[in-house]
Design a protein around this ligand. Sequence first.
Ligand code: SAM
Length: 216
Amino acid sequence: MPTSNAHPQLRIDIVSIFPDYLAPLELSLVGKAREAGQIDVRIHDLRDCTQDRHRTVDDTPYGGGPGMVMLPEPWGDALDSILGSDPSRTPVLVVPTPSGERFTQGHAAKWALGDWLIFACGRYEGIDSRVMEHFGERIHVAEVSLGDYVLAGGEVAALAVTEAVVRLLPGVLGNSESVVDDSFAPGRMAHLVEGPVYTKPPLWRGLEVPEVLLSG
Ligand code: SAM
């Protein structure tokens, strides 16, 4: 269902072994955008694509070292199934990883113009690299990092990227002007951040709103 003639509905698929982690996508701005049909969010449990009784998604790493690595087979099956569900769209497979390119407002702006984001949320020591190599030959794969720190899984990154993208979609924010004035917004704010903001009352606990803002 298109949201307007100019912009197709954005579809977002998120694959995780903790689908409940994505529950915040039912709330607030993203939740409202879902209700309004502006986005189509589908959450998938990676374990549904396992073949064994224990629903195994990981194994020991080749080359040794601590921790476990996510198996390629469940990822291959999960992503094949998602990709096969709509050949008319142009997907971007977003793989959160600390070794990826730093995620920026520029990525968000670009992906808000697209029609399909698929997130592969890693856990443990990450996803077998052949998954990214294989799908990179079929579709655009973007390995992105939230910053120079290590999270326990890709779900928080999927939430952050989804929110950054969805708030840029036409009609999602009440006041579309606020997107233009945002920190890092392409154009005059590209390398700038928004200054401090104030509201009423003009005097609070002895602290005044700067005079220049009071004059309108
Ligand atoms: N062993 C990996 C390393 O040192 O780079 C860290 C793996 S981390 C424990 C598990 C998963 O969390 C990653 O596969 C990735 O999906 C996610 N993750 C962790 N830190 C992240 C970050 N800074 N940005 C994006 N995703 C991150």
